[in-house]
Design a protein around this ligand. Structure first.
Ligand code: ADP
Ligand code: ADP
Length: 224
């Protein structure tokens, strides 16, 4: 896959200019978005995830015009928002099954196998029948990762995914991400420089809605 973002701008109704002529090109693999709080990372990710309109600019996923083909994009997308919240009364396995169905996994037995494997990978298999409302913060975060990765998404967007994970869980998550298919773009926002230097083949630094740096995490990022 290839994602091409061209001159994307967004000013909220309160006058905050969250994105200012953002242009980036992303290829398959892990792409890191680094930047301080309020830099515009979530705004950029929500826009790519078709959950928010831009004022101007364009986003192409291969030949697909992302801002004008929301339904098609959502089929290909796995998204973990920063403020991930779910309906508390549904069980982990039911919600994952539902998401896998939305992603086009039509066969019930196939879905069950997928759901079980995914829950095992985030260490929630034994909790699979529990309602999400009973989950701790860390369990919710791991569930959030599972729902973003299930169903073979070609574009994975994870907003501060390692917040709330302990070092062992973070390593597990790194392993999961590095197992994603070859033909997949993963966009990861973080303010942990180590996430980028360990995982990402490319990254950008964003501040005040503008791209300040874009390249490979070489000595420049290690020196940050
Ligand atoms: P838009 O300009 O896209 O219409 P709004 O200003 O109507 O956006 O806000 C959309 C949502 O974002 C509302 O639920 C609002 O409470 C929330 N919101 C408003 N200001 C902020 C902020 N500074 N940071 C995060 N969320 C905000
Ligand atoms: P980051 O993810 O890098 O912390 P955000 O994209 O959340 O940055 O926010 C960028 C700027 O836009 C901040 O100043 C934030 O307060 C503001 N902002 C974010 N969402 C909204 C919203 N819905 N309405 C108004 N302002 C917002």
């Amino acid at each position: 896959m290839k994602l091409v973002i061209n001159n994307l701008s967004k000013t909220y109704s309160n006058g905050v200019r969250a994105l200012n002529q953002v242009s980036l090109k992303l290829n398959n693999g892990l792409f890191g978005l680094l930047g301080p709080n309020g830099a515009g990372k979530s705004s950029l990710m929500r826009t790519i995830a078709t959950l928010q309109e831009a004022d101007s600019g364009s986003i192409l996923l291969d030949d697909l015009d992302v801002l004008r083909n929301k339904t098609d994009v959502r089929q290909l997308l796995g998204y973990l928002p920063q403020d991930f919240g779910v309906y508390p009364k549904i069980s982990a396995e039911r919600l994952l099954d539902h998401i896998a169905l939305l992603k086009g996994v039509g066969n019930t037995a196939e879905r069950k196998a997928l759901v079980d494997a995914m829950l095992a990978q985030v260490n929630l298999y034994t909790e699979r029948k529990k309602q999400l409302g009973t989950f701790s913060g860390g369990m919710k975060q791991r569930f959030g990762i599972a729902q973003a990765l299930i169903g073979n998404p070609r574009l994975i967007i994870v907003d501060e995914p390692t917040a709330g994970l302990d070092p062992a869980e973070r390593n597990r998550f790194y392993n999961l991400l590095s197992q994603m298919g070859e033909n997949t773009i993963v966009i990861l926002s973080t303010h942990i420089v180590e996430d980028v230097s360990t995982l990402c083949s490319n990254f950008a630094i964003i501040s005040q809605g503008e791209v300040r740096y874009w390249g490979e995490p070489d000595d420049a990022v290690k020196a940050l």
